[in-house]
Design a protein around this ligand. Structure first.
Ligand SMILES: Cc1cc2nc3c(=O)[nH]c(=O)nc-3n(C[C@H](O)[C@H](O)[C@H](O)COP(=O)(O)OP(=O)(O)OC[C@H]3O[C@@H](n4cnc5c(N)ncnc54)[C@H](O)[C@@H]3O)c2cc1C
Length: 370
C-alpha cells in the first residue's frame, strides 16, 4: 500500500504554499508532485518509478485560458489541455507549427486529458528509467546507467553525458523552443518568466534534474511572441510507428522569407535527440541571407550535428545495436523539414516520414557496403 497525502489547491498561490510546506528536502523519487492531467505522473507512480509522499491537485485551478498575449503574441494557460490548445482558433490561425507538433503527440484520448504544463514537465521515456529492476542515474543518482551501452534507439546523440543518455520526449516542447516561448511560473519567491531554452537542462552530472525549476514552482502559462513563421513552418516527426509513438527524431523548422525569396530568419529545433529540445543558433544564422536550397539546408544540418555522438552498441561486443543511424536520419530530417516549411507543408504525412526514413536507411546501407 502506497500511502500519500492528497491536497487540492484553491489558487496558484495556495498551490505553491501547499507544495512549499510539504517539499522539504525530499529525494527526487519521493518528492511531492503537482497533479494536473495525471497522464505521466500517475503512470510513473504505478510503475514504481516515483513514489510521491504528497500530491497537490492543481487540476481545478483557473489556468486553462488561451488568449491574445502581450505584443500580438498568444498566451497558453498551463492547464489548457493539449487538445484544446491544438484546436483553439488562435493557435489554428497563428501557430500552425505548434498545432502540428501537439497533434503529432500521443493519441486523441491522451491529448484530451494532458495539459500544457504537464507536457513541458513530462519525464523521459528511456526504457531503463522505467525499469525499476535496473539502475538508473535519473531515477537514483549514482546508481549507474545501463542505457549508455544498452538499447539506444530512443537515446541522445547531442548533449548527453557519461552518466545519462536519456532524451526529452515532448513534441510540443520542440515547437515551443523554435517559437522562442517564455514559461511563466509562480514560486515561493514570486513570479518569474523563463526563456524556453532555459527551462530544461542537459544531464551533466545531475541527470535526476530535468529542469531549472524550484520544486515548488508552478507553471501558470506559456507566452509565445508574435512571429512571421505562419506561412513557412513544419513539424516533421519520425518514429517507429506512424502514430502513438515517441520521436526517434523530430524537427520544428520555420523560415521567414524576404520579398526577393532569400531567407530573412530561420528556426530549427530538434526533438528525440537530447535531454532537452535542441537548438543551435549558429546553424540557424548560416541560413540568413541565403537563397533556400537543399544545399544550404544541408549545411545548416551539418552544423547542428557537428558534435553529434552515437551511443550504445559497437563498443561492447554482443551489445544491442547503437543509435548511430540517428545522425544521418537527423541530417535528412532537418533538410526535409526545411524543404517542407519552404513549400508551406505544416506537418508530415506517413508517406513523408517513410520517405525520409527510407533515404536514411539507404545511405546507411551504402555506407555499410563500402
Ligand atoms: C501512451 C502515451 C503516449 C504519449 N505520447 C506522447 C507523444 O508522442 N508526444 C508527447 O509530446 N507526449 C506524449 N505523451 C505524454 C503526454 O503528452 C504527457 O503525459 C502529458 O502532456 C502530461 O500532462 P499531464 O497534465 O497529464 O501531466 P501530469 O502527469 O499531471 O504531470 C506531469 C508532471 O508535470 C508536473 N506538472 C504538471 N502541471 C504542472 C504545472 N502547471 N506546474 C508545475 N508542474 C506541473 C507534475 O507534477 C508532474 O511532475 C504520451 C503519454 C502517454 C501516456
Amino acid at each position: 500500500m502506497n500511502e500519500f497525502d492528497f491536497v487540492r489547491a484553491r489558487s496558484p498561490e495556495h498551490a505553491v504554499q501547499l507544495m512549499s510546506a510539504v517539499h522539504e528536502d525530499a529525494a527526487v523519487r519521493t518528492a511531492p508532485r503537482y497533479l494536473a492531467g495525471g497522464t505521466n505522473v500517475v503512470d510513473l507512480w504505478r510503475e514504481g518509478v516515483m513514489q510521491p509522499r504528497s500530491m497537490v491537485d492543481i487540476s481545478r485551478l483557473r489556468l486553462a485560458d488561451i488568449t491574445d498575449g502581450p505584443d500580438g503574441g498568444i498566451r497558453l494557460g498551463a492547464l489548457a489541455t493539449n487538445a484544446a490548445t491544438a484546436n483553439h482558433p488562435l493557435v489554428r490561425s497563428r501557430l500552425p507549427l505548434l498545432r502540428s507538433a501537439i497533434l503529432a503527440g500521443a493519441s486523441p484520448q491522451i491529448r484530451n486529458r494532458a495539459t500544457n504544463g504537464g507536457n513541458l514537465l513530462q519525464r523521459t521515456r528511456c526504457l531503463y528509467f522505467y525499469d525499476t529492476q535496473v539502475p538508473c542515474n535519473k531515477r537514483e543518482l549514482g546508481s549507474g546507467c545501463p542505457a549508455v551501452h544498452g538499447l539506444a534507439r530512443q537515446h541522445a546523440i547531442l548533449g548527453a553525458s557519461d552518466v545519462c543518455v536519456a532524451t526529452h520526449p515532448s513534441d510540443m516542447c520542440v515547437a515551443l523552443a523554435a517559437l522562442d516561448a517564455t514559461v511563466a511560473v509562480i514560486g515561493p519567491d514570486g513570479l518569474r518568466a523563463i526563456p524556453f531554452d532555459e527551462l530544461h537542462r542537459l544531464p551533466g552530472d545531475r541527470p535526476d534534474l530535468d529542469t531549472t525549476l524550484d520544486p515548488a514552482e508552478l507553471i501558470t502559462h506559456i507566452d509565445i511572441p508574435a512571429n512571421r513563421w505562419r506561412a513557412n513552418s513544419c513539424y516533421l516527426k519520425l518514429r517507429e510507428r506512424a502514430s502513438y509513438a515517441f520521436a526517434l527524431v523530430s524537427v520544428a523548422a520555420a523560415l521567414d522569407l524576404n520579398d526577393d525569396g532569400t531567407i530573412a530568419d530561420a528556426r530549427v529545433a530538434l526533438g528525440g535527440v537530447a535531454h532537452k529540445p535542441w537548438r543551435n543558433r549558429d546553424a540557424e544564422r548560416l541560413l540568413v541571407g541565403q537563397r533556400p536550397s537543399s544545399e544550404a539546408f544541408g549545411r545548416c544540418a551539418a552544423r547542428i550535428l557537428d558534435d553529434a555522438r552515437a551511443c550504445g552498441g559497437a563498443e561492447v561486443p554482443g551489445a544491442p545495436p547503437g543509435n548511430s543511424f540517428k545522425i544521418p536520419l537527423a541530417a535528412r530530417a532537418i533538410v526535409r523539414a526545411l524543404e517542407m516549411a519552404l513549400a508551406g507543408v505544416a506537418t508530415n504525412t506517413g508517406e513523408d516520414a517513410f520517405r525520409a526514413l527510407g533515404a536514411a536507411s539507404a545511405s546507411l546501407s551504402q555506407g555499410a557496403a563500402r
